[in-house]
Design a protein around this ligand. Structure first.
Ligand code: MN3
Length: 241
């Protein structure tokens, strides 16, 4: 059964997406069955768990604002950018980010920022889960031991990298060819724009933690290790670069 709140949310998303086609539709028109709806428009994926699923490590209010408002705005602005460059229509966000030089200069920065924001956050929600944390197993565990000496070596290096991001950005575990690496990106830059495959990433923009942790980014990073969805990370690793 669909709640009124969910219905409103779906309607809002539908309306946001449909504006891209250049047509104005009345609020209340649904996401499907509308002749003016643009099937190529990017849409905000639903959070794969309730807002409070990651409590007490990440609070429900932060998750709600982060997903609905921040990620929602990246999607809206990506759609606006693509609407200004019709030759980009039908391309996936991965295709856009993998070759930013092929994106017309007038919308390149917007696609880099909002496309990166959409792609990074779409992964980020899946990289976490209720009852997550612990350590990986199998092939991923072996690869982490090989690259960083041990799981604790990996944890220390990713924590250190994420802590030291100046301003807004991300700390990542990536696959670069066959090698596992840890690296930061500024703003919403995504490792796929550098030819790397992101396996795990931590968002260290203040919007990701400020309500609960204020200026204590290191405390947020420490807590975040308790919600990592290692099954998802292992799946991404198994698929290869
Ligand atoms: Mn964010």
């Amino acid at each position: 059964m669909i709640t009124r709140r969910q219905a409103l949310k779906i309607t809002t998303l539908g309306a946001t997406a449909c504006v891209v086609g250049g047509a104005k539709i009345a609020f209340g028109q649904g996401i499907s069955g509308s002749s003016v709806h643009d099937p190529n428009a990017f849409t905000l994926p639903p959070l794969p768990y309730p807002f409070d699923a990651l409590e007490p490590y990440i609070d429900a209010k932060t998750m709600e604002i982060h997903h609905d408002k921040h990620h929602g705005t990246y999607v809206t602005n990506l759609n606006k950018a693509v609407a200004e460059a019709p030759e980009l229509k039908g391309k996936s966000v991965q295709e856009l980010l993998k070759d930013l030089n092929a994106v017309p200069e007038k919308v390149r920065t917007a696609v880099r920022n909002s496309g990166g924001g959409h792609f990074n956050h779409s992964l980020f929600w899946q990289m976490m889960k209720k009852g997550g944390g612990g350590e990986p197993s199998g092939e991923l565990a072996k690869a982490i031991d090989k690259a960083f000496g041990s799981f604790s070596g990996f944890k220390e290096k990713l924590s250190d990298t994420a802590t030291k991001v100046f301003g807004s950005g991300w700390g990542w575990l990536v696959l670069d060819g066959k090698d596992l690496k840890i690296q930061p990106t500024p703003n919403q830059d995504s490792p796929i724009s550098q030819g790397m495959k992101p396996l795990l990433g931590i968002d260290v923009w203040e919007h990701a933690y400020y309500l609960k942790y204020q200026n204590k980014r290191a405390d947020y990073i420490k807590a975040w290790f308790n919600v990592i969805n290692w099954d998802f990370v292992a799946e991404q690793h198994a698929k290869g670069a």
